[in-house]
Design a protein around this ligand. Structure first.
Ligand SMILES: C[S@@+](CC[C@H](N)C(=O)[O-])C[C@H]1O[C@@H](n2cnc3c(N)ncnc32)[C@H](O)[C@@H]1O
Length: 224
């Protein structure tokens, strides 16, 4: 598939997943006990050191892929420390540096199912959390692979009061919005209208004529 030829999401759901409420309520009322992997614990320890020695705002860019958004956010917020996290070493090591490379970001290879719990347990104050174009898992049976259907969802809500989640699948955002509502949080959905695409996936979807959507939990401008 070439750039500009990205397929629209195909799903066998015709609305919110029928098990959404039950799954989310279960996760909201049960502790997530799965042990944390050693590799994520080690990766977290290294970045934790930077965070506790940093006095400015912390921005978390989850599922950062090649780190394009991490670099753009670092340039946009030069006084912040922007932490991009992705489980794929191949992606975060892809050489996408540009002439204008900022120095206020780090890319970390870690599994967010574990990393999120470490962030919450270590009381990071995250000014803004970005979760841009997570894998959609559009088959109904894969609800629990979507972030709002996962066991770590309650932790995602605790990372920051300011979350921006983007997807080319509106239903993903509507489900996340509903899941957050079950936890007492209200988010608003709108269309992405940035001039500069924030990520390679955003650029690809746009070039294919697809709409990109954003779910926003505020406050998000007050911190920065
Ligand atoms: C569709 S890509 C989007 C990448 C980037 N945000 C963009 O828009 O170009 C989803 C990314 O999520 C990452 N990912 C999926 N599950 C993850 C997990 N449990 N922990 C960390 N990263 C994960 C994948 O490695 C992949 O890079």
């Amino acid at each position: 598939m070439s750039f500009g030829d990205s397929k629209a999401i195909v799903t066998n759901q015709d609305g919110l997943n029928e098990h959404l409420d039950d799954v989310v309520k279960k996760h909201l009322s049960h502790e997530f006990l799965k042990p944390i992997s050693t590799h994520t614990m080690d990766a977290f320890a290294q970045v934790h050191e930077k965070v506790i020695n940093f006095s400015g705002n912390i921005i978390l860019d989850s599922c950062c892929g090649v780190g394009q958004s991490t670099r753009i956010l670092a340039r946009r917020y030069p006084d912040a420390l922007v932490i991009g996290v992705d489980k794929s070493l191949h992606r975060i090591q892809r050489n996408v540096q540009d002439a204008n490379e900022p120095d206020n970001f780090v890319l970390v290879r870690a599994d967010l199912n574990d990393f999120y719990r470490l962030v919450v347990d270590n009381h990071w104050q995250v000014a803004q959390h970005f979760l841009l174009y997570p894998n959609p898992w559009p088959k109904a049976k894969h609800l629990q692979r979507r972030w709002h259907g996962s066991s770590v969802f309650p932790y995602i809500l605790k990372i920051s009061n300011s979350l921006i989640l983007r997807s080319n699948w509106l239903l993903y955002l509507q489900e996340f919005q509903r899941a957050a509502e079950l936890a007492g949080k209200t988010g608003t959905i709108g269309q992405v209208d940035d001039v500069e695409p924030l990520t390679p996936f955003e650029a690809k979807y746009r070039a294919s004529g697809q709409s990109c959507w954003q779910l926003k939990f505020e406050p998000y401008t007050n911190h920065i």
